[in-house]
Design a protein around this ligand. Structure first.
Ligand SMILES: Nc1nc2c(ncn2[C@@H]2O[C@H](COP(=O)(O)OP(=O)(O)OP(=O)(O)O)[C@@H](O)[C@H]2O)c(=O)[nH]1
Ligand SMILES: [Mg+2]
Length: 420
C-alpha cells in the first residue's frame, strides 16, 4: 500500500533529575556536595532513506517517544543520556511541525532534529560556589518537547506523466525504464505512483507515473487529484494522450480536460515544461485523429509514439532530457512555500491572566520550565525559585491584576498560594 500523508505525535525524552548528596569519608565530617547532574533526554530526528517510497510503516505507529535521561547519582556520577530516536522517511517528505513547514528532506542520510530532549537537572555539586560550599539544592529534569508532525511525501522525479486513465502512462514507463507497473485495458489500473529510472546515453533521470485523472478530478471524481502532489517537484510534465479515440471521445477534447484539471490544481503545474505525447499510433484509428489534433493545436510541438511497440519513444526520451536541462521560468520548489512558513513571534518571559475560577494563571516557557525543574521539597531550591520569580517581576504583575494574599496561582501543572 502507498501512503503519502501521515500525522505523527512525537515526544522527546525528559531530562534526568539532578542528585543531592554529600561526600561521606572517614574522618572527614564536612564532605562537600557530590550530586551529579541528570542525563539529557533523547532527541527525535527524521532521516531521509533512499530505500523508502512510502510512509506506510509510520501510519501503523502514530506515537513516538525518545528515552528519558537517567538520574544523576552521588559521587559526581552524571546520569546517562536518553537514547535518541531516528525515524526514517522517504526522500521528498515535507515535515510540517505544529502547522508550519519545518524541513524538507531531499537527500539520503539528511537528518533533522524535530523535538529536542529535555535538559538534565543539575545536581547539587553544580550549585557549589565559593560562598556557598554546601548547597542542598538540585533540579528535576526538564520535560521533553511534544509536537504534532504532519508528514507529506512528494516524490522526487524529473518528469511526471499525467493523462486520462488508460492513456498508456504505465506502458510508457515500462518501455523506458526497468519499472514494471501494472498495465491493463481498463481505467484506474494504477492506484499509486510508480517511479522508474530512465537511462538515455548515460544520462539518467527519474520518471513518475501517477494514477489517471478525469474531468472533475479537482472535485474528487475518479481517484481525485491528490496524486498530483507527486508531480509538483518535477520540472517537466509529459501529458500522455490516447489518439486511438478508444472511449469514443475526441483526443483533443480529452487533452483540454486534463489541462483544465492541472490548472485547477495549481498555477505552478502549467508553468512547467509540458510535453504533449500522442500515444497508440500503432492503432488504425490513430492516423485520422492525429491530423485533426494537429489542426486544432498548431502551436505546440507534438510527439507521436507507440508506448507498446516503442516507436517514437527514443525521440521523446531525448526531448525529456533536453527539457530537464533547460531552465524553468520558475523554481519548481517555489510552490512549496504555499505551506505557511514559520514566523518569528515575540514571546515575553511570562504572561498572567485570571481564569474563570479566579485562579491566577502564569504562562511562558521560561517560568514553566523553571517550575517543572524545581524540587520544591528542598528548602534551598524553593528559595532560589522564589528569588528568580521575584527578579522577573512576577509578584508585581500578579498584584497588578488583583492577586492578594492566599489567592491561588497556577504555573504549568503546579499550584501555589500567593504570598509575600
Ligand atoms: N495498441 C496500443 N496499446 C497501448 C499502447 N499503450 C498502452 N496501450 C494499452 O492501453 C491500455 C492502458 O495502458 P496503461 O499503461 O495501463 O494505461 P495508464 O495510462 O497507465 O492507465 P491508468 O493506470 O488506468 O491511468 C493497456 O491495455 C495497454 O496495453 C500503445 O502504444 N498501443
Ligand atoms: Mg497506469
Amino acid at each position: 500500500m502507498f501512503i503519502d500523508k501521515v500525522n505523527v505525535f512525537l515526544t522527546s525524552g525528559r531530562g534526568g533529575d539532578g542528585c543531592s548528596s554529600f561526600r561521606r569519608e572517614k574522618y572527614a565530617p564536612y564532605g562537600g556536595p557530590n550530586g551529579g547532574n541528570g542525563g539529557k533526554g533523547g532527541d527525535i530526528y527524521f532521516e531521509g532513506d533512499p530505500h523508502k517510497t512510502t510512509l506506510l510503516d509510520l501510519s501503523y505507529r502514530l506515537k513516538f517517544k525518545a528515552e528519558d535521561g537517567h538520574k544523576g547519582l552521588p559521587s559526581d556520577k552524571f546520569g546517562k543520556y536518553g537514547d535518541d530516536l531516528i525515524i526514517k522517511i522517504p526522500l521528498g517528505t515535507l515535515i510540517i511541525k505544529n502547522g508550519e513547514l519545518f524541513a524538507d528532506i531531499k537527500t539520503a542520510g539528511e537528518k533533522v532534529l524535530v523535538v529536542k530532549g529535555g535538559r538534565g537537572g543539575r545536581g547539587n555539586a553544580s550549585f557549589k560556589t565559593g560562598k556557598h560550599t554546601a548547597p542542598r539544592i538540585s533540579e528535576k529534569g526538564e520535560y521533553g518537547e511534544s509536537a504534532e508532525i504532519n508528514l507529506e511525501l512528494r516524490l522526487i522525479a524529473d518528469v511526471g506523466f499525467v493523462g486520462l486513465p488508460n492513456a498508456g502512462k504505465s506502458t510508457l514507463l515500462s518501455q523506458i525504464s526497468a519499472a514494471r507497473p501494472k498495465i491493463a485495458d481498463y481505467p484506474f489500473t494504477t492506484l499509486a505512483p510508480n517511479l522508474g529510472v530512465v537511462d538515455y546515453n548515460g544520462k539518467t533521470f527519474v520518471a513518475a507515473d501517477i494514477p489517471g485523472l478525469i474531468e472533475g478530478a479537482h472535485e474528487g471524481k475518479g481517484l481525485g487529484f491528490e496524486f498530483l502532489r507527486h508531480v509538483r517537484r518535477t520540472k517537466v510534465l509529459a501529458h500522455i494522450i490516447d489518439v486511438s479515440g478508444f472511449d469514443g471521445k475526441d483526443p483533443y477534447e480529452n487533452y483540454k480536460i486534463i489541462n483544465s484539471e492541472l490548472k485547477k490544481y495549481s498555477k505552478y503545474l502549467v508553468r512547467k515544461h509540458v510535453i504533449a505525447v500522442l500515444n497508440k499510433i500503432d492503432l488504425p484509428e490513430a492516423a485520422d485523429n492525429i491530423k485533426k489534433f494537429k489542426k486544432r493545436l498548431k502551436a505546440k510541438k507534438l510527439f507521436e509514439i507507440s508506448a507498446a511497440t516503442g516507436e517514437g519513444v527514443q525521440f521523446l526520451v531525448k526531448e525529456m532530457v533536453k527539457m530537464i536541462e533547460r531552465p524553468t521560468v520558475f523554481n519548481p520548489e517555489e510552490e512549496i512555500e504555499t505551506v505557511p512558513v514559520k514566523k518569528y513571534i515575540y514571546a515575553p518571559e511570562f504572561k498572567v491572566h485570571v481564569d474563570e475560577d479566579g485562579v491566577f494563571v502564569v504562562t511562558g516557557a521560561k517560568v514553566e520550565t523553571l517550575t517543572e525543574m524545581t524540587k520544591f521539597n528542598e528548602d534551598e531550591a524553593l528559595r532560589r525559585y522564589q528569588n528568580i520569580l521575584k527578579k522577573m517581576g512576577l509578584e508585581i504583575e500578579l498584584e497588578k491584576i488583583g492577586a492578594k494574599q492566599g489567592d491561588i496561582v497556577r504555573i504549568g501543572n503546579f499550584e501555589f498560594t500567593f504570598g509575600k
